[in-house]
Design a protein around this ligand. Structure first.
Ligand code: SF4
Length: 321
């Protein structure tokens, strides 16, 4: 049997998990508190489109957050949800719902500061679109980073795919060049980026998905979220699914593809997510995705049995794809 020495800081996992990164940096587990700061999105309010991305739920992909309460109240609720068993742990405030830089600069400064000044919060992660990151916003993030050091400020960008035809189909609303330019700006401002990629979009075969993985490698972001395409009720994607126009992965097919993506991904990129994360009452398909622990167990088993790990097939020459 082949033997490999995985990096010690991966803590025994065959990939560089966010959990391992947190333990390496902070010596403890960190939990995320999802926030809804009352934003909308240019893809929903009519500036670009009023329908949203084809897979996006009415909650703007932020169903785990509590809309309508102040940031402080949402943080308190989040902290109490984790309960006493998490004593000694720390927390990351995740601005998740809709587009979290799509608002006036003073409002952004207020809500980010409210989270960053909380004593139990070790940083914030801001989910947004690459076309909603003006120079003023980047400068605001840079100044907050200095003001609240050593707390972290991360930005999460939903790329989903590098292929323009798929981007059009999902109504992403910006070309790849906009994403590339935002990445460059964020890197120049020393702001770590987490890139979201959806596995299983209609029209995307393994080769096309690996091309996106390779493109992500070429940008060397801090992290990546590999997300299963799951279908949420009430979305236009659900209509396509119910009309029999698209299919979803079986668990086995997903684990095989996910493993392949991991083997091509650079070992320096931290894995923030490995599967879909839809709320139970909204998930239409695939139902197996609701059992996240089982999906991860299957992935670990598959990687182990096939002697696979993150970066095993990583190629530095991006022209090969
Ligand atoms: S950009 Fe995000 S919030 Fe806006 S429609 Fe797409 S998935 Fe939803």
């Amino acid at each position: 049997m082949e033997r490999y020495n995985l990096p010690a800081h991966w803590l025994g996992r065959p990939y560089y998990s966010l959990d391992a990164w947190f333990k390496q940096e902070y010596g403890c587990k960190i939990y995320k508190i999802a926030l809804d700061a009352g934003f909308t999105c240019p893809n929903r309010d009519g500036r670009l489109d009023s329908r949203g991305c084809i897979f996006c739920s009415v909650g703007g992909s932020g169903e785990f957050a509590a809309r309508g309460s102040s940031i402080d109240v949402q943080l308190k609720q989040g902290l109490s949800l984790f309960g006493e068993k998490k004593t000694g742990s720390r927390f990351l405030a995740y601005f998740q719902a809709y587009t979290n830089t799509y608002g006036p600069l003073d409002y952004l400064e207020n809500i980010y500061s409210e989270a960053l000044s909380h004593p139990d919060i070790m940083g914030i992660s801001i989910a947004t679109r690459p076309d909603c990151l003006s120079l003023e916003i980047l400068e605001l993030l840079t100044s907050l980073k200095a003001r609240y050091a050593p707390k972290v400020i991360w930005v999460e960008l939903g790329l989903q795919t590098i292929h323009e035809d798929t981007a059009c189909y999902i109504r992403r609303g910006y070309p790849l060049s906009v994403f590339t330019s935002a990445m460059t700006d964020l890197v120049n401002h020393d702001i770590p980026v987490i890139v979201h990629l959806i596995l299983g979009l209609p029209g995307e075969n393994e080769d096309r998905i690996l091309q996106t993985v390779d493109y992500i490698n070429s940008l060397s972001p801090f992290g990546v979220k590999l997300q299963l395409l799951h279908i949420l009720k009430g979305t236009d994607l659900a209509k396509e699914y119910e009309a029999g126009k698209i299919e979803v992965f079986s668990k086995e097919a997903y684990v095989t593809l996910l493993s392949k993506c991991l083997t091509y991904l650079s070992q320096d990129i931290v894995i923030h997510r490995l599967t879909g994360d839809g709320p139970k009452d909204l998930t239409l398909a695939p139902y197996w995705s609701l059992h996240k622990r089982e999906v991860l167990n299957s992935l670990h088993k598959y990687l182990k049995e096939n002697h696979l790990f993150q970066g095993k097939l990583f190629v530095e020459d991006h022209s090969l794809f």
